[in-house]
Design a protein around this ligand. Structure first.
Ligand code: ARG
Length: 461
């Protein structure tokens, strides 16, 4: 017999084309263990409402445990004509508990409140694993920063040399963004911790069931305040899709730097053999595939977010079958990150930084010009004038093909009388970096404080 849950008013089964279209077991089977946990909680509230005897509850829980074990071992799975995970598991329950008892579980619930609950459960667990994977990347960044506490590098804006910064400061910047993503996951979880179970199809249940008891048993903070919202809302999924896409985008920005840094022109880093690939034709190639896949997957996760938002746009309340399209994008986003994150952590952990090259490039492109201007400001020169004078130094140095530190005393004085030889104290990369010592700045003391705080965040994961 077909496992259809809704045969009563129909004279025949669905057309093959409809059944093929309707079917979701190929992706929603992931929800099977959660469906069974939900069923056990539901059996208990049916029992407490007097709708199952003590013996029936025992029989039901025993059959559900058997079903869970068979799902886990793979000996029970979806059949070709099972529409979705819920109908397949009802079939499995009836096979184990008999039609009389098995047929009682569906009272007071609908696949609409079930699926909304199970999807939240799946996502909340995935979000926890992903948060931990993101913190592993943060760990790797902090470890690299810790290993290079004083290494300068060119800081860039517009991809042009801007001002020297510490490599540890740059790595910390990527870590900060990823830590915010972990905070977003945690913050999202508080809003997602609401159970729609008990909302029924949309209007709630008439059977005296206790949605708060189900919510507590399934690890939620509370049950839905509004049954229509409970079954129709998918902002929890869209928000999760955004946070996961944001993680991917942040990994992609880090990866783009890794890709640039590994080029011959930059030569900032060497990728570890274990985290790079070769070319099938060019024997010399060593490619940053991990970083490129991170960049590519960010596009895919953005697509999952925008696809889901497009599905939700304009949907009337409450449940509509369109909502079956909510799961694949989220399963995909979460599962892509779960394979990506360990690869990115490993790539970052094993990067070899060419600190001599970074140090040599740090002052290139007159990156200390701002330091001249700010030094003049500290001598009482208005910034407008100081900026002009520092620009004059760049012009003079460029004309002679030398660095700013190579300008003679006479050349400096000629640019502006306040430019005494003392200005040379800021014309070193180390001096420039050390001078940016306000909170958040690139000075070593500040970067060290920042790394200490990042270590606290990653310490207990
Ligand atoms: N498989 C559906 C989903 O993923 C749940 C079933 C609800 N179907 C229904 N006809 N009310 O959303």
């Amino acid at each position: 017999s077909s496992g259809a849950l809704w045969g009563g008013r129909f004279t025949g089964g669905p057309a093959d084309a409809l059944a093929a279209l309707s079917k979701s077991t190929q992706f929603d089977w992931r929800l099977a263990p959660y469906d069974i946990r939900g069923s056990k909680a539901h059996a208990r509230v049916l029992h407490r409402a007097g709708l199952l005897t003590d013996a029936e509850l025992d029989g039901m829980l025993e059959a559900l445990d058997k079903l869970a074990a068979d799902v886990e071992s793979g000996s029970f799975g979806p059949a070709v004509d099972d529409e979705d995970v819920h109908s397949a598991l009802e079939r499995g329950l009836i096979e184990r508990a008999g039609p009389e008892l098995g047929g009682k579980l569906r009272a007071g619930r609908s696949r609409n409140d079930q699926v909304a609950t199970l999807f939240r459960m799946w996502l909340r667990e995935a979000a926890r694993r992903i948060g931990s994977g993101v913190l592993d990347v943060v760990d790797a960044l902090v470890t690299q920063a810790t290993a290079h506490p004083n290494a300068p590098m060119p800081g860039r804006t517009h991809l042009q040399h801007a001002q020297p910064v510490l490599l540890a400061h740059q790595l910390g910047a990527h870590a900060q963004a990823l830590v915010r993503d972990v905070e977003r996951l945690r913050d999202w979880d508080r809003r997602a911790a609401v159970s729609p179970y008990g909302s029924g199809a949309l209007a709630g249940s008439s059977l005296g069931l206790d949605p708060e008891a189900v919510a507590a048993e399934l690890g939620f903070d509370s049950s839905a305040e509004n049954s229509i919202d409970g079954t129709a809302a998918r902002d929890f999924a869209a928000e999760a899709a955004f946070v996961l896409a944001m993680v991917a985008v942040d990994l992609s920005r880090l990866s783009e730097e890794v890709i640039l840094w590994a080029t011959a022109e930059f030569s900032y880093i060497t990728l570890d053999d274990a985290f790079s690939t070769g070319s099938s034709i060019m024997p010399q190639k060593k490619n940053p595939d991990v970083a490129e896949l991170a960049r590519g997957k960010a596009g895919r996760l953005i697509g999952n977010l925008t696809g889901l938002l497009a599905t939700l746009k304009g949907l009337p309340l409450a449940y509509n079958r369109d909502l079956q399209e909510d799961k694949e994008p989220l399963f995909d986003s979460a599962e892509q990150l779960e394979v990506l994150l360990p690869a990115v952590s490993g790539m970052v952990e094993t990067l070899v930084f060419h600190t001599e090259r970074l140090a040599e490039l740090a002052p290139a492109g007159f990156t200390l010009a701002t330091d001249i201007a700010e030094w003049l400001v500290r001598q009482g020169v208005p910034f407008r004038v100081a900026h002009e004078a520092a620009g004059g130094c760049v012009r003079a140095a460029e004309a002679r093909g030398v660095g700013l530190a190579d300008l003679t005393d006479a050349e400096l004085a000629q640019v502006h009388p306040a430019l005494t030889p003392a200005v040379r104290e800021v014309l070193t990369v180390a001096g420039s970096i050390a001078s940016r010592d306000a909170r958040g700045g690139t000075a070593g003391v500040r970067v060290e404080e920042q790394l200490d705080r990042l270590r606290l965040v990653t310490a207990d994961h």
